[in-house]
Each structure stands twice: as structure tokens, then as C-alpha cells.
Design a binder for this molecule. Structure first.
Ligand code: FES
Ligand code: FES
Length: 157
């Protein structure tokens, strides 16, 4: 099937098999390996991207379902040395250990803060409840997102 998907502002025309998952279009075809692929069963959430401004697990979305839509991936968060405040928060509060869950966590965190700039710890925990981290115990991830809420413009570089 012929599709056109706009990823991080850039349109891509492709001919794809109907069964191709969005996560594989992003990683294997477009080379955007910042989006991780962890389970394929909709459990881990490391594959979260935005589809038309809503966070989705890209292993549960067919590439053809993104036809004519906008996709935002973790590659679009920071620009060069300039990190998004949520990325800064994960660095400042040690929200990263192995880093495997981090891309999905960052995309959910950015979406949450765009819609609720001052979320409570409970709200943050609920927002990331569809995502697994096997390293941090979540405490530092929650702190990282709170850091970004308190520093909406990040820290001057
Ligand atoms: S790879 Fe998508 S939820 Fe795990
Ligand atoms: S930092 Fe390792 S899975 Fe979250």
C-alpha cells in the first residue's frame, strides 16, 4: 500500500506491506532507532511516539494507520546540544539507568507536561503506568518529570 507519513515534520512516501508496524517503519525504514522495540505485546511502552499529537504505542499501530498523519519521535525532542527540559530532568535526577525505557518515558512526559504543566506525583505515575522500567524503580523517573515541571524552560546551557 502507498502511504505518506510525516515524521518530525518531514513527509515520507513509502510502499509498505499492510502488516508493517509503525515501530518498524520508523526504525528499519527511516532509521529512527531512538524509538525502541521491547515486547511487541503492548506491555513495555518503550515504543511510545506521538500520532497526531497523542501518545501511542507504535508496536500497536500499523504503518498504514499513520497514512496522512503526523508522527513525532524522541529524535524531535532535543535539537543539537539543546535538550528538551524533560531530557534535562532525566539527566539531573538520574531518571536513566540502562536507558531502554527512556524514549517512551520522555515522549509521555513531554505530552503530559504540555497538557498539565504542574502534575502531581500521582498524576505522573498514572501517566507512565503503561510503561515499564526494569531499572529505576520509577522514583527517579517521577522526580525527573517533576524537575521538568519546575523548570519549564530548562536550565540555561
Ligand atoms: S514494544 Fe511496544 S509496548 Fe513494548
Ligand atoms: S532505565 Fe533501564 S528499563 Fe528503565
Amino acid at each position: 500500500m502507498d502511504i505518506t507519513v510525516t515524521v518530525n515534520g518531514e513527509p515520507h512516501r513509502r510502499t509498505v506491506e499492510p502488516r508493517l508496524l509503525l515501530v518498524h517503519l520508523l526504525r528499519d525504514d527511516l532509521g529512527l532507532t531512538g524509538t525502541h522495540w521491547g515486547c511487541d505485546t503492548s506491555n513495555c511502552g518503550t515504543c511510545v511516539v506521538w500520532l497526531d499529537d497523542l501518545p501511542v504505542k507504535s508496536c500497536t499501530v500499523l504503518a498504514v494507520m499513520a497514512d496522512g498523519k503526523q508522527v513525532r519521535t524522541v529524535e524531535d525532542l532535543g535539537h543539537g546540544a539543546e535538550l528538551d527540559p524533560v531530557q534535562q530532568g532525566f539527566v539531573a535526577c538520574h531518571g536513566i539507568q540502562c536507558g531502554f525505557c527512556t524514549p517512551g518515558m520522555l515522549m509521555t512526559a513531554r505530552w503530559l507536561l504540555d497538557h498539565d504543566p504542574d502534575p502531581s506525583e500521582d498524576v505522573i505515575r498514572e501517566a507512565i503506568s503503561g510503561q515499564l522500567c526494569r531499572c529505576t524503580g520509577y522514583e527517579n523517573i517521577v522526580r525527573s518529570i517533576r524537575w521538568a515541571a519546575v523548570h519549564p524552560d530548562g536550565e540555561p546551557s
